[in-house]
Every structure is written in structure tokens, then in C-alpha cells.
Design a binder for this molecule. Structure first.
Ligand code: DON
Length: 312
């Protein structure tokens, strides 16, 4: 049953409350990421969800104002900032096909000459951050300033403890970066790039912050202050790559269940876009075997079913 056929703003709040009640009653939340202690300690029963309209009106439920570790959600913003600075040349260094492999997989890189399949697997995100770093002088700072501005939250910051922990457990990311450097697909010193990437992953923000910060993708490339970050076509491209690659080897299932461009992170966050209409962020730290939040996917599935809002 679709309970929100008109897309009036006020109807979002009851939809969010209904979803939170349903999620509360649903057993089984998956397991928090355990590769670093700070994420392993998260309670899988936490749940928050926010919806932001293109004018910056934001609705939320549960732990929607609680900061959490954004992790791979940041890959959407670095891709957008990288495309804004570099344009199409970026696509000569990173592809845009689903990988069908886990986010931290190394296997395709050798067959494919050091060019990662897409910007959302770790290898591709490393290339994007590397190129953004070269062009901006400080990729993670550019990311932080963008998120602070778009969320209107100057308090957003990196979590230095998580960044240090990422570095201490970063062998696989280091292997990916060195391997791509051997193909000439990394500009900066590998250690400089890894420091930037681990800092980027440690950024902490709430569902409210992230739903707002993703707004430029619902506004077809236009930032909160009306300035254009991406062309309409580039915004469409970022949304398309989120749809096909944003949830890794579960992207087909996510498109089937949710029907929106979406991007997950191992902190348990997922951002999603209804172009022209709204942006969403949901957070619940328990993950499935692909690294996607179990309650997060379920909540987005219910949102598109209840509202009828989808790209399909
Ligand atoms: O680089 C890593 O492996 C983590 N810091 C981030 C990975 C991540 O969030 C993948 N997403 N599901």
C-alpha cells in the first residue's frame, strides 16, 4: 500500500515514524564492522533516518542527529569534488562498471592494468582522492569544508582515533595503492595518499548532516547556496554510478529492493537520492556480508514502497 501518493513535504514525518516502528519490531540487525575496535563497539540496535528536501528542510527519526563514522559514504563527495575539478579526464583513470566483487578486493586490478572498476570500491576511491589531492592541495580538507558548508554544520570533523586505527589496519588499502602506483595510476606518494584516505574515512557526521550534504545530487548539481558544483549531466552520472556500484556486490539487490541511487559505508550509513525530490540518510551499524547496513537497506526499501518515490 502506498501511503504517500501526493509528495507533500509534511507527509515525510509520518512515513519515517512508521518505518522506525517497523524496524524496531524486526529482529536481526547484522554485525558491526569489526576490522577496527571503534566500529566493533557500536550497538547494532541503533537506528536513525533523515530525509532532506532540496530547499534544506529536513525530517528525521530515531538517532538521526547522532554522529557516526561515515567511511565509504565520503566516496560520493570526493567523486563529485574530483569531477568538478577535473572533468571527464578522471574517467581515464577509474572506470564506471560494477565490480561484482567486495569493496576491498584486489583481484580485478591486475587483469585490468591498474585501472579500478569504479570510484566506489576502495581502489577507485583511492584514485579519486589521489587526483583530488593533486588538484586541491588537500583532498580531505576540501571534503570537510564541502560537508560543513552543505550541512550548515561547522562542527563536523574527522575522528583522529578512527583515522589512526584505519592506518594501523590498512594493509589492504596500502596494497591497493602500491599496486596501482606500479601501473602509474597514482600521482602522490603512497603514504601521503593513504593518510588522506584514512582521514577521509574517519569523518564523523549524522543522518541529518549527510541527507543535507547529499542535496546537490537531488538539485541536479547545485549546492545549498545556489552555486553550481556539477553540470546537470555530471550529477546524473554520479547518481547513475551510485545506483550501479554504490553497494558493491549487492548493487543489483539494492536496486531491486530500493530503486534509488545509494551509497553505503561500513560505519552502517547509507545515503540515497530521489533526483529532483529529496535525499536520504539512514544509519544502523549492523552489516550484512556485503558491508551494507541490514536495517538501513530495509528502511530504504520501506521508504520507496510507502512513498512510491523511486527512479523507476
Ligand atoms: O577503506 C576501508 O576499508 C574502510 N575505511 C571503508 C570501507 C567502506 O566503508 C566500504 N563500504 N562499505
Amino acid at each position: 500500500m502506498v501511503i504517500m501518493t501526493t509528495t507533500s513535504s509534511l507527509a515525510f514525518q509520518p512515513v519515517l515514524e512508521r518505518i522506525a516502528e517497523e524496524i524496531e519490531r524486526t529482529p536481526g540487525r547484522g554485525r558491526p564492522a569489526d576490522y577496527i575496535p571503534a566500529l566493533a563497539a557500536c550497538d547494532p540496535r541503533r537506528f536513525g533516518m533523515a530525509v532532506a528536501e532540496p530547499d534544506g528542510t529536513v525530517y528525521g527519526v530515531g538517532d538521526w542527529r547522532e554522529p557516526f563514522s561515515t567511511q565509504s559514504l565520503t566516496k560520493v563527495f570526493t567523486l563529485a569534488l574530483g569531477l568538478a575539478r577535473e572533468g571527464d579526464e578522471l574517467w581515464e583513470h577509474v572506470g564506471r562498471e560494477p565490480s561484482g566483487n567486495p569493496f576491498n578486493s584486489l583481484v580485478q586490478l591486475e587483469y585490468e592494468g591498474g585501472i579500478p572498476r569504479n570510484p566506489f570500491i576502495n581502489a577507485g576511491a583511492l584514485v579519486v582522492t589521489d587526483r583530488l589531492h593533486t588538484r586541491s592541495g588537500d583532498a580531505s580538507q576540501e571534503l570537510l569544508e564541502f560537508l560543513r558548508a552543505e550541512s550548515a554544520n561547522p562542527g563536523l570533523d574527522f575522528d583522529e582515533e578512527i583515522a589512526a586505527s584505519e592506518a594501523a589496519h590498512g594493509h589492504r588499502n596500502a596494497a591497493l595503492a602500491h599496486f596501482m602506483a606500479s601501473y602509474g595510476n597514482i600521482d602522490n606518494e603512497v603514504q601521503v595518499l593513504l593518510d588522506q584516505y584514512f582521514r577521509q574515512c574517519s569523518l564523523t557526521a549524522s543522518c541529518a548532516d549527510l541527507a543535507l550534504a547529499t542535496g546537490f545530487l537531488a538539485r541536479h548539481g547545485v549546492r545549498a547556496d545556489g552555486a553550481r558544483l556539477l553540470t546537470r549531466s555530471q550529477a546524473k552520472q554520479v547518481n547513475a554510478v551510485m545506483l550501479t556500484c554504490g553497494t558493491y556486490d549487492a548493487a543489483g539487490e539494492f536496486a531491486y529492493r530500493v530503486g534509488l541511487p545509494g551509497k553505503s559505508g561500513v560505519g552502517g550509513g547509507i545515503i540515497a537520492v530521489v533526483p529532483g525530490r529529496c535525499t536520504l540518510c539512514v544509519w544502523s551499524p549492523g552489516l550484512d556480508e556485503h558491508g551494507n547496513s541490514v536495517a538501513g537497506v530495509a528502511a530504504l526499501d520501506r521508504f520507496t514502497t510507502l512513498t512510491g518515490l523511486s527512479v523507476f
